[in-house]
Design a protein around this ligand. Structure first.
Ligand SMILES: [Fe+2]
Ligand SMILES: [Fe+2]
Length: 267
C-alpha cells in the first residue's frame, strides 16, 4: 500500500501546485491514499469550507490541521459536518470537529488518520502523548493502517512522539514548521517517521509568506498583515510504502517498508 502525505498547503500557490501535480503522481506512483495538511490553505491562515470541499473532491482523502485550523470562523460550523477535515485531537473536549478519521482506502484497506498538536511554543492544550494512547486504544481491530500527523514546533517533541508510537502505528509525520527535515526513516519497530514534511507553496518568502512584511516585523515589532509569497512554488510530500506481506506491528497494524521525500516544483 502506498500513501502520500502532502505538507502544509499555503494559499492559492499551494493549492494550484496540488491541482497541477497530484493526479499524475497518484497515477505514476500507484498511490492508494492521499493526506494533506490544510491549515494554511486559505491565504496562509486557516481553511474555508469551499477550499476544503475543493481539495477533498480533487484527490485528497483526508485533510489535517493545526494551530491555524480555526483562523476562518466559517469553518467552525462546517467541521462537524465534514469528518474528512481534521483538527488536532488534543484540543479541549467540546471543540468543533475531530482529530480522528477512520476510512477505507481505494484498495479496500481500512485506515485511521490521527491529528495531534505539540505543546512547546504553541498554545497550552491537552497532552498529545496520552491523547494518542486513548485514541489508539479505541480503534477497531480491522484498521490496518494508522498515520499520525504531529503538528508541532520543536524537533524534539515530534521525534519523541515518533519513538513513543513506534511499533503501534504505521507512520508519524511532523508538520507546522514548513521546513522539510532530512531525517525520514523507518524506526526499529516499523513506524515510518519524519520530523517535518515541509510546506506546499511558495518558497521565496519566509515559511510561505511575503518576505518584506516578515522582515519588517522582525525589525520594528509592529503588528502587520502578512500576504502569501509568490515564487519557487514547491510541493513537499512523503511517500510511505507499507510491508503488506510482512509481520504486523505489536498493535496488529501494517508496518512501513519505506518512507521517501518528494519535492515537486512548478514549471
Ligand atoms: Fe502550517
Ligand atoms: Fe501550524
Amino acid at each position: 500500500m502506498r500513501i502520500l502525505f502532502i505538507g502544509d498547503i499555503v494559499g492559492s500557490p499551494g493549492r494550484q501546485i496540488v491541482r497541477d501535480r497530484l493526479a499524475d503522481i497518484v497515477a505514476q506512483r500507484q498511490i492508494d491514499l492521499v493526506i494533506a495538511n490544510g491549515e494554511n490553505s486559505a491565504s496562509g491562515f486557516g481553511i474555508t469550507p469551499k477550499i476544503a470541499d475543493d481539495l477533498l473532491q480533487n484527490g485528497i482523502d483526508v485533510l489535517t490541521g493545526g494551530n491555524h485550523s480555526w483562523d476562518r470562523k466559517e469553518v467552525l460550523e462546517y467541521m462537524p459536518h465534514q469528518p474528512r477535515l481534521l483538527r488536532p485531537g488534543n484540543f479541549p473536549e467540546g471543540s468543533p470537529g475531530s482529530g480522528l478519521y477512520i476510512g477505507a482506502a481505494k484498495n479496500g484497506v481500512k485506515y485511521a488518520i490521527l491529528n495531534l498538536q505539540g505543546r512547546i511554543f504553541l498554545p497550552a492544550i491537552d497532552d498529545p502523548f496520552r491523547k494518542a494512547d486513548a485514541e489508539l486504544a479505541k480503534l477497531p481491530a480491522d484498521v490496518a493502517f494508522v498515520l499520525v500527523d504531529m503538528h508541532a514546533e520543536t524537533t524534539s517533541e515530534k521525534i519523541a512522539l515518533g519513538w513513543y508510537l513506534d511499533g503501534r502505528v504505521t507512520a508519524v509525520v511532523g508538520t507546522h514548521t514548513h521546513v522539510t527535515t532530512a531525517d525520514e526513516q523507518v524506526l526499529t519497530q516499523g513506524t515510518a517517521f519524519i520530523t517535518d514534511v515541509g510546506m506546499t507553496g511558495p518558497h521565496d518568502g519566509v515559511i510561505g509568506m511575503d518576505r518584506q512584511g516578515i522582515i519588517k516585523r522582525f525589525l520594528d515589532g509592529l503588528p502587520a498583515r502578512f500576504d502569501v509569497a509568490s515564487g519557487d512554488v514547491q510541493m513537499n510530500c512523503v511517500l510511505i510504502e507499507t510491508d503488506d506481506s510482512g509481520p504486523r506491528n505489536s498493535a496488529g497494524r501494517l508496518r512501513a517498508r519505506s518512507i521517501e521525500r518528494l519535492r515537486l516544483r512548478s514549471d
